[in-house]
Design a protein around this ligand. Sequence first.
Ligand code: ADP
Ligand code: ZN
Ligand code: MG
Length: 649
Amino acid sequence: MPQPLNPKKASNQGKKAKKIIITRVQKSLKGPSGFFGQTSIAILVFVLLIVSYSFLSTGKKPEAVSLSELAQNISAQTVTSIDIKGDDLNIVYKDGTTKISKKELDTPLTTTLKNYNITPAQLSAVKIDVVNDQGFFYWFANLAPIILPILFILFFLWFISKQVKGAGIQALSFGQSKARMTLPSDEKNKVTFKDVAGAREAKEELVEIVDFLKNPRKFLDIGARIPKGILLMGAPGTGKTLLARAVAGEAGVAFFSISGSEFVEMFVGVGASRVRDLFDMAKKSAPAIIFVDEIDAVGRVRGVGVGGGNDEREQTLNQILTEMDGFEPNEKVIVMAATNRPDVLDPALLRPGRFDRRVTLDLPDRKDREEILKIHSREKPFAEDVNLAVIAERTPGFSGADLYSLMNEGAILAARENRNKVSQFDLIRSIEKVMLGPERRSHLLSKKEKELTAYHEAGHAVIASVLPYADPVHKISIISRGRAAGYVLKLPLEDKKLQSKKEFLADIAVSLGGYVTEKLLFNDLTTGPSNDLQVSTALARDMVTKYGMSDLLGPIALEESSGMPIYGSPIGSKEYSEKVSAEIDAEVSKIMKEAQKIALETITTHRKALDAIAHRLIEVETIERKDFEEILVANEIVPKKKLDLEHQK
Ligand code: ADP
Ligand code: ZN
Ligand code: MG
């Protein structure tokens, strides 16, 4: 029954707005007919080899005769000539037939025949030739059984390695970079700034880079040093990858992209050589952009953690730094990198001459969200009732990627119901789907569970509606979604950049609403509120350790946003003194108790509203905002002021 504090998204990267066709850097030598063509050619060659080999070794063999038979034939004077080739005998008879035989090793044929009582006179009637053994054919016939299989194995290995490369596994070429290259000539997959909505500041920063890549002379003549590295920072799905592509598209330069984790896959020791390959390739096709996605996979602070960190990662990182330092000033290669964890990056990456330009991408605000929705609705037919402004209003906290997938889900819904236009209702249903995961109507609650869940969610909802600093309720449901048995959808009245202590306290009180209600009404507790408790306790702890919101500890930040201690003993040893630890614990528990008190008071005061909401939930399972506010008014709670869209513009 967790209820989201901030409407956050179920992450959904990976779905790209456009299919980006990517050119592999080492082109696999694919024939025109693709994989199956190649396989059949290989099989054909194999069959041919076998056939010719067996033909060669068996041939149409003449009849063999024994030496004693040959001796009889000679004395009967039917033999014309004998060719001796090594110990093979080729016998030609008077009637024109040929037969073969073998002579004894190391004994001349004449001696052997004499032992069979052939007289010199009889022998002289037969023409005996010794044929030179050392010819090409002799060698070929002798070596073929050895060489052909070897040739075949070599061919087979070569063939397999080509297939493997084509499949992108590259097990046999692990030194080479795995970067994907998009050429400026690739018009179909070109991304420009037009495809990136919002992010105005970021684009302004990057316009300069585009300008440099287009007219480097202008900058170099005046002695300007062009930044080598640009770090894009921002939450997942805010369009970092998209923006990097757009820079390459705007400037019309080659774009090499690789993900930090790809450097250190599979084999130990390949990271550094991949970096070298990548930079070499980019320099060859300059002007170019190298884009290292998720650089935190290789760029974490070095030398911390158990065992002194990961050597492979360090070597890769060092190689990146070395390559960047080695750039000549006129080399028109710019390195862009993206991360959603700038706080864990090694400071060496951020030094001047490396990633000294930093561009932050924020989650889009309402206006930007509307723009992003517009971009992704380009190819979608809409019904007349679609109002993207309303969708934008209802999706605070959504990233660009979330909005993209919202649009997509909307279209899927319409298609599934065999309509050819996407309606507003499709989009509204998709908001919840993206936020919470799909509904699980099959998950049936028992009567008891249903009552409990209804009261639990009603508890959240009443407190959210009464406390002035809590976000108002948009929807309540006891239909389970994802892992939650039910949920209360709260949305802030406006986009917030800053949050206050009062809002945090209200948030925690709302989170505890389910817990408090269960305890009060059923005099028992279930496992239901466990997620509520985790989320709210973490928030209370952050208030104390990060935001200086505790009176006892005062204006002090104990932890970075990553949870690394700032204040107290140095890294590695004990984090804080025992005393500070104990104080943190005491303060967190004080905040939680205070919030519990507020929650309990609210529930008790507005018991009537609680019952009304819970009963309605048991009856209809989902209450939308309008109905919900009617219940509130009927129970003497003033609903929070609605956001007036027209007013905001
Ligand atoms: P990141 O790299 O920051 O995780 P991406 O660049 O991969 O995010 O974004 C994922 C998708 O979300 C993009 O392909 C695009 O469809 C959509 N998107 C994100 N931000 C924007 C934006 N500002 N404008 C338009 N589309 C966006
Ligand atoms: Zn809950
Ligand atoms: Mg990305």
